[in-house]
Design a binder for this molecule. Structure first.
Ligand code: FAD
Length: 402
């Protein structure tokens, strides 16, 4: 297999544009957004001003295929790596910015993978460059997150509608979303075969959002509970249409898992962005405070700790790139995707903890970004599948092939 670690011109452009945006419109407002517990108005304004309302990476490299079909095809083959590069930079600025970047978010991949052409146009068409709009993805329920096949939200057909009943929890952008991709079951006793995937639009009868959670980290990102009580959804909102679910192995469960293959490396690379921000703070601190003490044992221990941070960040990034590369090549990546998430989730915890340690008491003061990074990182080993679940996926894949 050919190995090429060089970034293409488009990739460098995506990374540099995202970094510029993060430096000017994200990092300077990160601590204020944390206090506001929502996106900073200046950041929202910048998203609209630069027309980022259709999803960040696409917009930053110039969405659409352009005039040259060969160029468009090449870009499509790099799309996941482009998203990765942009996401690391945004998370370096502030992890919540990557989650507050307008667009379909985690709801995008299921609509792309499973939606009919009409559904893709209808639901993705909601996102306009100069508007600050969101989609959401609702799988987790009380008692079913890690154990996704056990969802209890039910769906039943009633004339030209479906009727949904159940509760979804911890849904990112679940209150402000224009629509949410919701996973439900015809009957829990049917297991995976009973799963169906719907798009529930804001304002659907019987749909409510009773609660927005308070969290220790990622405070500026909205995490909401969604309730469906005899919620009526037009039959046209069943993703893929009924025929899709008649084919073997095409249930809603498959859609949920395929989404994770695409989004886990993206979430993992956000952890890389957070870790890189912490590493830079620790590195600069050591440079500044020990400039005249480079002969001391203390300096050497700290410098070594900073070098280890860099090494771990680099390893996590390579795992993310490999998973995204396989996705771009339309090759299976479930194992690699879980490897990137499992490693990055632990790595970001070690690196941010070490950065706080390097700064000593200064590291726990709220006006220092490193304190926020330490709080923000924890979720990266929880959402999109916990570290334990990623390790289970990896071991299952390994022994499946043995
Ligand atoms: C900030 C935030 C945003 C989120 N956004 C979304 C979203 O947009 N959409 C969505 O659908 N969900 C979202 N989630 C939910 C998240 O994906 C789940 O909470 C997560 O996958 C854990 O699942 P759970 O809630 O069932 O926890 P549990 O599975 O109950 O986890 C509790 C503990 O048990 C461990 N555990 C569980 N099963 C096993 C096992 N078989 N072996 C070993 N250990 C195990 C877990 O690793 C964990 O340590 C979000 C969560 C958070 C915190």
């Amino acid at each position: 297999m050919a190995i090429d670690f060089e970034l293409t011109g488009k990739m460098k452009q995506a990374r540099d544009l995202a970094h510029m945006f993060a430096e000017q419109f994200v990092r300077p407002y990160a601590l204020e957004a944390d206090e506001l517990e929502g996106p900073h108005p200046r950041f929202v304004e910048a998203c609209k001003q630069f027309g980022l309302g259709t999803g960040h990476a696409g917009a930053m490299v110039g969405a659409g295929k352009g005039k040259d079909p060969a160029e468009g095809e090449k870009r499509a083959k790099e799309q996941n790596r482009l998203m990765l590069l942009a996401s690391e930079e945004l998370a370096w600025g502030d992890a919540t910015a990557a989650l507050n970047m307008p667009g379909p978010g985690l709801g995008g991949p299921p609509v792309q993978f499973t939606g009919t052409p009409e559904q893709r146009a209808r639901f993705l068409g909601v996102f306009k460059p100069d508007e600050y709009r969101f989609g959401a993805y609702a799988l987790t329920e009380p008692g079913a997150g890690s154990d996704a096949k056990n969802i209890r939200t039910t769906c039943r057909k009633d004339g030209d509608h479906w009727v949904l009943n159940g509760t979804k929890i911890y849904i990112t952008n679940g209150k402000k979303a224009e629509w949410t991709v919701v996973f439900a079951t015809l009957d829990p006793a049917m297991g995976r075969a009973g799963h169906r995937t719907f798009v529930v639009e804001k304002g659907a009868p019987g749909f409510s959002v009773p609660k927005v959670e308070k969290k220790m980290g990622l405070k500026a990102s909205e995490t909401a509970e969604q309730v469906f009580e005899e919620c009526r959804v037009p039959a046209d909102n069943l993703l893929g249409g009924e025929a899709h679910y008649e084919q073997a192995g095409k249930g809603g469960f498959k859609t949920a898992m395929k989404t994770f293959d695409a989004t886990r490396p993206l979430v993992a690379v956000m952890a890389v962005g957070i870790a890189r921000a912490a590493y830079e703070i620790a590195r600069d601190w050591v440079r500044e405070h020990y400039a005249l003490a480079q002969h001391t044992a203390r300096y050497h221990r700290l410098a070594e700790a900073v070098a280890q941070m860099e090494r771990e960040i680099h390893m996590a990034r390579l795992l993310c790139w490999k998973a995204a590369y396989l996705l771009d090549m339309e090759r299976p990546n479930a194992k690699e995707s879980s490897m990137s998430k499992a490693y990055a989730g632990g790595m970001v915890q070690r690196v941010t903890a070490k950065a706080v340690e390097v700064l000593g008491p200064e590291g726990v003061l709220q006006h220092r970004l490193v304190e926020k990074l330490y709080r923000d990182q924890k979720v990266y080993d929880i959402f999109e599948g916990t570290g334990q679940i990623q390790r289970l996926v990896i071991s299952r894949r390994l022994f499946e092939r043995a």
